[in-house]
Design a protein around this ligand. Structure first.
Ligand code: FRU
Length: 430
């Protein structure tokens, strides 16, 4: 790992790097960093919708919230009937994505509550990932930070819609969420925009309160600024490789970045998340030369360590770097601005087993180490080709929740819980 310089002025520090040398240490199927193989007969939460990226209702300080004794989660969903309840429908689901919500008394048995945002809130056709956060200091105000997307014209803008949450003995429901404000866009300076990189990513806002300075920041998925494929890799990105190693052709197409923006003082209290209140800062971690996507980045503060988790794909590794679909992570001993080291030396935290390489995705690690993810495709028992659609079962529902121990710079898989189970560590009563 090449250490970023932690300057006094946070705006002029450089990014930490997930180097090619770090990624050489990624190994699938290590039992401490591998998801359990899921039963082919897994249960489905709701037969009418495909469900994928999911997150619990949480506090701005990170804890999973139980609201009036209800567990609540948001998820990207698509009506199976709209997409076609088929393998193709599942793979086309992004064009039909909207944010739905679910509630549960025990954190295991979920009821689908329908659409979270009103249609009037949609600035663009699709709603992609983000975070559902109770507003601190209020009884029941909730902010849905999400990504407003139009894939036809390559637009993706982290955005926010605000509403209120209610419950009675039977159910949970929401009001408001009738309009959306845009937060910030890829600027082509700190983060690649569509002109520089037609495959740019800029999405998945994850706001949080930074305990060190009491300010609100937002993590997001971005790419390193610059023209796609035109990067020169330096020692900082290559790392401590064996003698004679040179990066393989195409490595420079990997340009993922874990982005961060800062909210102006006082804006959170006013609930004003509009553009003029945000400042884009340089990326915390880049994967230049290694991987083109670090999605849904999120933070956990624990024991004076700052952990950033992010999800990535086998298919987005570049050059001769490789690794499984799963959740990766980085740790800082010096707060949110790093420098960061890859967890477990390689960055891999939990990958899919090689016998079921696409079984889960979109892992989210909560402050107690519980990890939620969705089931993508699960090969039939005995199938010799895990990628053959004729021999896999589509998920579209949640995987078993697992638990990690976070131990300094290392993580270990320790517990396996029920499908879609969440655990709350903060009660919120209205
Ligand atoms: C991760 C992800 C997110 C995006 C969503 C779209 O699974 O790619 O980055 O918001 O899925 O479905």
């Amino acid at each position: 790992m090449n250490l970023g310089i932690s300057a006094k002025n946070q705006d002029v520090r450089t990014s930490s790097h997930w180097t090619i040398a770090d990624a050489m240490k990624v190994h699938a199927d290590d039992p401490t960093t591998t998801m359990p193989v899921i039963d082919y007969n897994f249960p489905v939460i709701d037969q009418d919708v495909w469900q994928w990226d999911t997150g619990s209702l949480r506090a701005i300080t990170g804890e999973t919230v139980k609201f009036n004794d209800w567990y609540v989660m948001w998820a990207l969903v698509a009506n199976r009937a709209d997409t076609g309840d088929t393998v193709e429908g599942w793979h086309n689901r992004n064009a039909f994505a909207y944010i739905g919500f679910y509630y549960s008394r025990n954190g295991i048995d979920w009821t689908f509550g329908g659409r979270l945002l009103q249609k009037s809130a949609d600035l663009r056709p699709d709603e992609w990932s983000g975070s559902l956060v109770m507003r601190a200091g209020t009884k029941n105000t909730v902010d849905m930070f999400y990504t407003s997307v139009n894939t036809d014209i390559n637009q993706s803008v982290p955005s926010c819609s605000t509403g209120k949450i209610f419950s009675n003995d039977e159910k949970v429901w929401f009001e408001g969420f009738s309009k959306t404000v845009e937060m910030f866009s890829a600027d082509g300076v700190n983060y690649a925009n569509a002109e520089e990189d037609q495959y740019f990513d800029f999405r998945d806002p994850h706001p949080f309160l930074n305990p060190a300075d009491g300010k609100i920041y937002c993590l997001f998925e971005g790419n390193v600024p610059g023209v796609r494929g035109k990067f020169t890799l330096h020692d900082a990105e290559i790392g401590a490789v064996p003698p004679g190693y040179t990066p393989a052709a195409g490595a420079q197409y990997g340009a993922a970045a874990i982005g961060i923006a800062r909210l102006a003082d006082g804006a959170y209290e006013k609930g004003d998340f509009s553009r003029h209140n945000w400042t884009l800062l340089p990326a915390l971690v880049t994967a230049l030369g290694v991987n083109d996507q670090t999605e849904r980045p999120h933070v956990v503060f624990k024991d004076n360590y700052t952990y950033i988790f992010t999800i990535s794909h086998h298919s987005t590794y570049t050059g001769d770097s490789t690794g499984p679909d799963g959740v990766y992570g980085f740790v800082s001993e010096n707060g949110i601005f790093g420098p960061y080291e890859p967890l477990n030396a390689s960055g891999l935290v939990l990958g899919n087993p090689s016998s079921a390489p696409y079984e889960t995705y979109s892992h989210f690690v909560d402050p107690d180490g519980y990890v939620q993810s969705f089931i993508d495709t699960l090969p039939a028992p005995g199938s010799t080709d895990p990628q053959n659609p004729a021999a896999y079962r589509i998920g579209g529902t949640l995987a078993p929740t697992v638990r990690l121990v976070l131990e300094g710079h290392r993580t270990f898989l320790t517990e396996i819980h029920a499908y879609g189970q969440i655990f709350a560590n903060k009660e919120w009563n209205s």
